[in-house]
Design a protein around this ligand. Structure first.
Ligand code: UT7
Length: 325
């Protein structure tokens, strides 16, 4: 049976120039390199320059992804952008990228699922392709999380960073089996009852301010491994695959301990984990495409490989996706 598949045609990424090390962080709040490294695996994070916006980062990642895919902006039918830190409350950051790419056709919009945003955006894009509404789609994950942080709160400000990643999806054909190239399936979940464990204490219709990120870290941690593991099992089961079939595990980069505990629970090989949290921190919706691009660019992810993505974030939202490269 012939089916439409969304094949990854190119990836791109961009990190702001400025690096903030743990030692520098210890001058801002009462923390230490030892504490941050031991509890999270993070050594440094990139921070956007003054005036550098989320769409600035996303635009640079998008240009790189289009170049890798060999496509021009007007070949795109759609831009789906995952971000929690848009330049403006409206319009969507995706439309800034559309304008700057010089794309004068199609549509562009944002998806808001915080750290799970890239999985959500990828699923939306995949569905547009599967129903035949789009052929070439740019999926962007970009964030300036530094702008949402309370820089006096050591329990959150040490964890996050800024950055952007992008992938171009192209409609292709498959046989409806896990051997097909492209997105095999995505699995999305949310539970609004857990809002108070991870949220921003502001917004246009409440405080008329942007607000600051608040997190009950220990509680989030407990839910993370359970939810992420369930989402991974859903993806493997839906495709009749097992942990042994996974070549590369490219998770949302929140905390090294969460990634290692999840891999152990599922039985994923430790060497299959693509880990960037040490150098990037938690870049929310940008973390998966950033890690994915790194593993593609350095030759780890090769054609035919099975790539497993997962994320969890505020909402709660969580999800997984399996891609045959
Ligand atoms: O991407 C969205 C999803 N987010 C996540 O997945 C994050 C999940 N949570 C985590 O990654 C971890 O819970 C944290 C890294 C946030 C915290 O690690 P933890 O091992 O759960 O530490 P804790 O919150 O239990 O804090 C232990 C101690 C506390 O002191 P007391 O009460 O034991 O005296 C904190 O006050 O560490 C203290 N602490 C710090 N000390 C130095 C908290 N933050 C810091 C800090 N530097 N930055």
């Amino acid at each position: 049976m012939s089916v439409i598949r969304s094949i990854v045609a190119g990836t791109g990424a961009y990190l702001p120039e400025k690096i903030l090390t743990n030692a520098e962080m210890a001058k801002i709040v009462d923390t230490s390199d030892e504490w941050i490294l031991e509890r999270t695996g993070i050594s440094q994070r990139h921070i956007a320059a003054e005036g550098e916006t989320t769409s600035d980062l996303g635009f640079k990642a998008s240009v790189a992804a289009l170049q890798a895919a060999g496509l021009a902006a007007d070949d795109l039918d759609l831009i789906v952008m995952a971000t929690t830190t848009p330049d403006d409350t409206f319009p969507a950051a995706a439309t800034h990228i559309q304008r700057r790419l010089g794309m004068t056709r199609g549509a562009a919009f944002d998806v808001q699922a915080v750290c799970s945003g890239f999985i959500y955006a990828l699923n939306v894009a995949d569905n547009f392709i599967k129903v035949g509404q789009a052929k070439n789609v740019l999926v962007v994950g970009a964030e300036t999380m530094s702008r949402l942080l309370d820089w006096t709160d050591r329990t959150t400000c040490v964890l996050f960073g800024d950055g952007a990643g992008a992938v171009v999806l192209r409609a292709g054909e498959g046989q409806g089996t896990p051997a097909d190239r492209g997105v095999l399936s995505s699995h999305l979940y949310s539970d609004g009852r857990l809002r108070d464990l991870l949220y921003v204490d502001g917004g246009p219709s409440t405080t008329q301010t942007t607000g600051h990120l608040r997190m009950a870290g220990k509680e989030v941690f407990k839910h993370a491994v359970t939810n992420i593991s369930a989402a991974i099992m859903a993806a493997l089961d839906a495709n009749g695959l097992t942990a042994d079939d996974v070549d590369w595990f490219v998770p949302h980069q929140a905390n090294r301990r969460i990634l290692e505990a999840t891999a152990k629970k599922i039985g994923l090989r430790p060497e299959s984990i693509v880990m960037t949290v040490g150098r990037h921190g938690n870049t929310s919706a940008a973390s998966i495409p950033l890690a994915l691009h790194e593993a593609v660019a350095d030759g780890r992810v090769k054609r035919g490989d099975l790539v497993l993505l997962e994320a969890m974030g505020g909402g709660f939202t969580w999800g997984s996706s399996l891609i045959r490269w």
